[in-house]
Write a protein that binds this ligand. Structure first.
Ligand code: UD1
Ligand code: CA
Length: 454
């Protein structure tokens, strides 16, 4: 039996999002809210996890993947009812952490501190609370002296209770066995006709169980997202947090308010990022990189000393010292070597580019393996698609491809070969030869006079 289980409640519709989708799969800084919560909880040390799903459950299950089990709540009869659907999880560990799926800003550090307090104080139940500027809508923490007496939902609160500004975050630690027993006693006898998880606090207290509260320092960590205004607020707070972390780690962000970095992105020191850059997914950026204005990097691996201007790189890697852009488009499955140039209006797809190769402008290279030290003239096209199938092209080291050439795949340009400008190459070019594949130039003498006479 593990020490700590996790249950995340994510069965609700989230009607105020006005969305066809489950609320918890809406993204904050590129990651689904449910995964922000799950990441924080797993990092805080939860051994096993169950997510309670209901509305659009297939979306939630897909987002969570293998990282948590799921329990289905067919009808959303309240948060207490939702936990009952995950009763199996209560048998797997001595303690359980329960979290809502719509609080993406919660951190592992705060959860860890709350769990430690729960265990160190020998509590049967611990609620994570916060003092907030506007408590409307939240459950209120009713205390007698220092002790938590009960949690009252906003809709069930008296006018006096509504003045309390300490609210329930919806996050709790429980002794699993005690919670299981208390859940059997809750009823739906309240303003919303729901089985409230919050009712177990009063039940446990009446049984003499020790109840505690852990009050967060920064109330923003417990903010829930119920509509798209709050979604944008969470996005802004998360962005500020992520960007601050990178700046303190040695990355220069020229305008952090307009720099969009996902939570799982890694960036080296002395890298400079210009406004409008978007770094997504598992992107990894080395030291001393320049990421210019309006770049988009998705799962990109960028080595040290690279500079990239106004370009898009997806699922690809770029090695040390290479220049990219402006306006390059590196599509999935490319590897670009060291000290290369991928210049303006160059598109790469499923291509490997050897060290020192230059594709300076207006070029398409798809489904190709290009060696080292090659030079592509302006306007080269690798003709990889015949309308039905795609073929690969191979270009050896130090090949020189003249301007405005078509390389019709599958074709091999061998090491050190030259292709004359304007050629359409359909046959392999042997090493160190020159291929000219275009009509010869013809000069018509006295053309102007002959034209005017006729
Ligand atoms: C809940 C708390 C409230 C607290 C607030 C914090 C209760 C009764 N109230 O209220 O004290 O201040 O969170 O944000 O617990 N869910 C289910 N199944 C259900 C109902 C809800 O899975 O039947 C899930 C939702 O998808 C959501 C979470 O539980 O992720 C919270 O539910 P929600 O309806 O938003 O609760 P609140 O009314 O905000
Ligand atoms: Ca809520």
């Amino acid at each position: 039996m593990g020490d700590l289980s996790l249950i995340i409640l994510a069965a609700g519709h989230g009607k105020r999002m006005k969305s066809e989708d489950s609320k918890v799969i809406h993204r904050v800084c590129g990651k689904e809210m449910i995964n922000h919560v799950l990441d924080a909880a797993l990092k805080a040390g939860c051994a096993n996890a169950t997510v309670v799903v209901g509305h659009r459950r297939e979306q939630v299950i897909r987002a969570v993947g293998e990282r948590a089990a799921t329990a289905v709540q067919e009808q959303q009869l309240g948060t207490g009812h939702a936990v009952m659907q995950a009763a199996r999880e209560l048998e797997r560990s001595k303690h359980v952490l329960i979290l809502p799926g719509d609080t993406p800003l919660i951190t592992a550090e705060t959860l860890q501190a709350a769990i430690s307090k729960h265990i160190d104080d020998n509590n049967g139940a611990t609620v994570i609370t916060a003092r907030v500027p506007d408590p409307a809508g939240y459950g209120r923490i009713v205390r007698v002296g220092e002790e938590v007496e009960k949690i009252v939902e906003h809709k069930d609160a008296t006018d006096g209770e509504k003045l309390i500004d300490e609210v329930n975050s919806g996050m709790y630690c429980f002794d699993s066995a005690l919670l299981k027993k208390a859940l059997e006693k809750i009823t739906a006898d309240n303003a919303q006709g729901e089985y409230y998880l919050t009712d177990v606090f009063e039940i446990l207290r009446n049984e003499g169980v020790k109840i505690g509260a852990f009050t967060v320092e920064n109330y923003q960590e417990i903010l829930g997202v119920n509509d798209r205004v709050q979604l944008s607020e969470a996005e802004k707070l998360m962005r500020a947090r992520i960007n601050r972390g990178h700046m303190l780690g040695g990355v220069t962000l020229i305008d952090p308010d307009s720099t969009y970095i996902g939570p799982d992105v890694v960036i080296g020191t002395d890298t400079v990022i210009y406004p409008g850059a978007i770094l997504e997914g598992r992107t990894k950026v080395g030291d001393n990189v320049i990421i210019g204005q309006n770049c988009r990097l998705v799962n990109a691996e960028i080595a040290r000393g690279v500079d990239i201007w106004s370009s898009t790189i997806i699922d690809s890697s770029v090695d040390e010292g290479t220049h990219v852009g402006p306006y390059a488009y590196i599509r999935p499955d490319c590897t670009v070597g060291r000290n290369c140039k991928v210049g303006d209006f160059v598109e790469l797809k499923k291509a490997s580019i050897g060290d020192g190769t230059k594709l300076s402008h207006l070029t398409y290279v798809g489904d190709a393996d290009v060696g080292r030290g090659c030079n592509f003239g302006c306007g080269t096209v690798v003709v990889n698609y015949d309308g039905k199938n795609k073929y690969r092209t191979v270009i050896g080291d130090n090949a020189f491809i003249g301007c405005n050439s078509n390389l019709v795949s599958p074709v091999t340009i061998n090491e050190g070969a030259y292709v004359a400008a304007g050629s359409t190459i359909t046959d392999d070019v042997p090493s160190e030869t020159l291929a000219i594949a275009r009509a010869r130039q013809v000069i018509k003498e006295n053309w102007k006079d002959r034209r005017e006479e006729s």
